[in-house]
Design a protein around this ligand. Sequence first.
Ligand SMILES: [Zn+2]
Length: 216
Amino acid sequence: MRIVLVGPPGAGKGTQAAYLAKNLAIPHISTGDLFRANISQGTPLGQKAQEYMRAGQLVPDEVTIGMAKDRMQQPDAAHGFLLDGFPRNLAQAEALDGILKADDLKLDAVLDLEVPEDEVVKRIAGRRMCRKDSSHIFHAIYNPPKTEGVCDTCGGELYQREDDSEETVRKRLEVYHSETEPIIDYYKAQGLVVTISALGKVVEVTQRAMAALGRD
Ligand SMILES: [Zn+2]
């Protein structure tokens, strides 16, 4: 299966992508991993991306598209893949169609994780990280530490990342609405969109997604 996963920040996209890719036995291709791999291997695209990032500029679509194309042409992706974070705008979606069409391939589904905006803000703005170990993560409402501001695991100080502030989350949601949501309409016109609720436990959302993809 060739699947694109979309959803606003805070929908749990990365977590769902990992589980779904495992259940469907296809590689999980995330934009974050693409960038990290290309940069650490020093590929020409990775070097280009790094130049823009160092200058504090957005990496142009053609660089991201090139990385995704290379990755989709690896042998493990021959029978399918799950894209996470790509395409993130209409230009990338059109480029993806072109890449697939050139090999006589097409997407099977676009899985849209839906979560109410206030819930997104609650999820992200409630996150608290440990200063000593970034894998110690708590949530003010859903997973509060025993003592406010103190890590249960190591006693480190808990803090809120700047990226997780309500103001930043609202801004990220705005970007999602203006840039990424148009691709949902684009794919709806192709009859590819499957929308599921991203509320509930991780395992429940995965089951819902598998059922929606006809793979339960
Ligand atoms: Zn800790």
